[in-house]
Design a protein around this ligand. Structure first.
Ligand code: NAI
Ligand code: A1CAB
Length: 279
């Protein structure tokens, strides 16, 4: 059931109010891309629904068909890929194409290809995207690729939506699984790195709180330095590494333990998993 907000004004519909859905929603409203009165969220968990309604003052529903029926501009799919076929099934009774304003469908579902999306949303404009969790703080990066029925306006809408949460790149669809394995899953790898660096500091005798702070700021500062100066990572590594010094001793251990290979294999494994999710 929807609440009493005016359905006439609904421009943006979110299906799935979880981690990524909320990250996008919060920034879109904070940046004024959509007013809260223009948004509807569909989510089966009542605790999440209540929270999102309270926090963002948006219309809410547990009925996905309400979103498809009311939205005039964008339907944003942010459910798990495993739920997609059930949602596609719910659409069979709704004539989306012949609505007065047929919406742009944006999907962030890992692995689900444009062919599957376009089979569910027949002749509708669809954009497949892969954002990442730093979107929550406006520091995300999103790769997008467009379906067959999109035009320049749809493209502009997707750019505007994802620019609200960070950088946007366009790739061909064949690269989306690799994007998922790198930047989509990447925040988890970096979180592991931060945690492990701090553990190393604790192991070397640092108090936990100081070790956490040192580890986090080292990763943040290094990323900022590389980003702002456009320096090649190898050059930065060389600058830190004094002959016969401490850093080369640490790097030798990382190489021995297969640090680079572990990251390469992680990206490859996540890419393969994304490919599997689309089958
Ligand atoms: N978490 C991440 O870092 C990223 C996730 N993604 C993709 O975003 C999608 C969502 O991921 P998360 O936000 O992490 O998951 P999540 O589990 O936090 O959110 C999914 C939400 O969908 C709701 N839901 C379940 N069934 C539903 C249905 N039938 N109709 C409407 N809502 C339903 C769930 O209750 C939940 O709140 C996934 O497809 C994932 O591949 C993409 C980029 C990054
Ligand atoms: O782990 C996952 O499947 C999702 C997609 C990218 C990040 N999280």
């Amino acid at each position: 059931m929807t609440d009493d907000k005016q359905s006439m004004t609904i421009k943006f519909g979110l299906i799935g109010g979880g981690v990524m859905g909320e990250a996008l929603l919060s920034r879109l409203i904070a940046r004024g891309i959509y007013d809260s009165s223009e948004v509807i969220v569909s989510e089966p968990l009542s605790s999440r629904l209540d929270f999102l309604k309270q926090q963002y003052n948006v219309a809410v529903t547990t009925d996905n068909s309400q979103v498809f029926a009311q939205v005039r501009e964008v339907v944003f799919l942010a459910v798990k890929p495993q739920v997609f076929s059930a949602i596609a099934q719910e659409l069979t009774d709704i004539d989306l194409l012949n609505k007065e304003h047929s919406p742009l469908i944006i999907s962030i579902l890992a692995g689900v290809p444009l062919s599957q999306l376009e089979a569910a949303f027949v002749q509708l404009p669809v954009i497949r995207a892969m954002p990442n969790t730093p979107a929550t703080v406006g520091a995300g990066i999103t790769a997008i690729c467009s379906g067959a029925y999109t035009n320049a306006k749809h493209h502009q809408i997707a750019q505007q939506v994802f620019s609200a949460v960070g950088e946007v790149v366009e790739v061909s669809e064949g690269l989306m699984d690799a994007v998922t394995g790198l930047s989509g899953s990447g925040p988890a790898y970096v979180a592991l790195l931060v945690e492990a660096l701090a553990d190393g500091g604790v192991s070397a005798g640092l108090p936990r709180a100081i070790a956490n702070q040192l580890a986090l700021q080292t990763v943040l500062g290094t990323a900022k330095l590389l980003h702002e100066t456009k320096m090649h990572p190898a050059e930065l590594k060389d600058r830190v590494t004094s002959p016969g010094g401490t850093t080369i001793a640490g790097i030798a251990k990382l190489e021995q333990a297969g640090f680079r290979s572990a990251l390469i294999e992680a990206v490859k494994a996540a890419t393969e998993r994304s490919q599997e999710l689309g089958k």
